[in-house]
Design a protein around this ligand. Sequence first.
Ligand code: MG
Length: 144
Amino acid sequence: MGLDVGWAVRWLTLSAQAMAEHRVELIELDRPIGDSDHGENMDRGFKAVMDKLAETPPETPAAALKLTAMTLMSKVGGAAGPLYGTAFLRAATALGEASDVDAATLAAALQAARDGIVARGKAESGDKTMVDAWTPAIEAAAAA
Ligand SMILES: [Mg+2]
């Protein structure tokens, strides 16, 4: 069974729920070295993604991810908006126009997302950035 647009929307919905659920934790984590707005920004951004997905239902998995990218870039401030926007845009490009994607294509899309973050943020593994979380997750996805 392929991964269709319904799967993509469920993934984004669960992401939005996770952002809402961990909003305060993200704010606390952003306090020591940031300006305590990361949880607020990500929660607002993903709520806007949910609104956009309802307003303009996407027809392919890539369309869902592209809509997410555009929304996060316009709604999330600081570095996170461009970084997540780039990640979702690169993933959308890697998925192509297919209505269903297979597991290997998904793993390649996640890899493309991580590479986009690395390129945009100029971070490497070990720099204590989100790249350190993405990389093992992508390796696990590829192995699975
Ligand atoms: Mg901030």
